[in-house]
Design a protein around this ligand. Structure first.
Ligand SMILES: [Zn+2]
Length: 311
């Protein structure tokens, strides 16, 4: 917790950042409505409120993440939601050790109980962080259309249903902003990998979901062009291009995004995917002992992104 407070209260403002997206909190929040799905070491509600206050005091908007639909497992084991509610598992018999599917169990978007439960969690999470925006994840959904309820429905329609059900709650009922990763909305013809674009027929969901969703268009590798940046704006979405740990790729992504910017362009989102304590310390200028070799690369890229997108 002190690391997150340091990041939000000191490091992010000093770099001129105006948003912090908390990717790890959704599975580790002390949900009172469904205590069975609380993961290990949940953040205290009081701590979440302190972070919310700190963010407000420093001009930073805070969005918690709840990973929806996909990413319901970690290293071949179901996450708390599917462990406690195996009835939501889209493909319980799938071999999760095969083909790098270890982190990619999904819930069934057609299960009659799943949305009610997840929306309870979303309410508690957003109230806890006093958030007016939620990132719903929805990246890298590979397990889709397999259960008896979903079989035979095109993957794009199943994906869009999940997006629309969440949107109805987050935007429709709560009046909040909904953010999601964009990879399942991108056609394979853009030349991106199966991770950062859809090679599993979900891409036409792009025309089946509300355009007031903020689409976080992540691309971590260096490319000449990032055609999705233009495409998603043309489709009517606000677009938030996101890079990671390779300086040349960050530089090019920001360059392309600036070149293609319309009023739908939101800036640059620096993803980190490293432990927050090491991240906050190194961004504050300290040298940290860490086994994670990505930390220094990520730190340079966060600084670079802030510099390039900031002026
Ligand atoms: Zn299903």
């Amino acid at each position: 917790m002190p690391a997150l407070a340091r990041l939000i209260g000191a490091v992010a403002p000093s770099l001129g950042l105006n948003w912090v997206i908390l990717t790890g909190v959704g599975g580790h929040f002390p949900y009172r409505s469904h205590p069975e799905v609380v993961g290990a070491d949940p953040i205290a509600v009081a701590a979440a409120r302190r972070l919310a206050r700190l963010a407000r005091e420093n001009g930073i908007r805070l969005a918690p993440t709840y990973n929806c639909l996909g990413h319901q497992s970690f290293r071949e084991k179901p996450g708390a939601l599917l462990r406690c509610h195996p009835e939501f598992n889209e493909a319980p018999d799938l071999d999760m050790t095969a083909f790098e599917f270890d982190n990619f169990m999904s819930w069934c978007p057609n299960h009659p109980e799943v949305n009610r439960l997840v929306c309870d969690l979303i309410d508690e999470l957003m109230d806890g962080f006093e958030a007016d925006a939620l990132h719903v994840g929805m990246d890298e959904v590979f397990v889709i259309g397999q259960c008896p309820r979903c079989k035979g429905t095109p993957p794009a329609e199943l994906f869009a249903k999940a997006v629309n059900d969440l949107h109805e709650h987050v935007v429709g009922r709560r009046g909040a902003e909904m953010q999601m990763w964009g990879d399942r909305l991108l056609p394979p013809t853009f030349g991106y990998s199966m991770w950062e674009s859809s090679h599993n027929q979900t891409e036409s969901a792009v025309d089946l979901i509300p355009t007031d969703i903020v689409v976080c268009d992540w691309h971590y590798e260096l490319k000449d062009d990032y055609p999705s940046v233009r495409y998603l704006q043309e489709k009517g979405f606000r677009v938030w291009p996101a890079g990671w740990n390779e300086e040349a790729a960050v530089r090019r992504l920001v360059e392309v995004s600036r070149g293609e910017a319309t009023e739908k362009m939101l800036g640059y989102l620096a993803t980190t995917w490293v432990e927050v304590g090491a991240l906050a310390a190194e961004l504050a200028g300290e040298t940290v002992e860490t086994d994670d070799r990505d930390v220094p690369k990520v730190v340079s890229c966060v600084r670079l992104g802030a510099e390039l997108a900031g002026d």
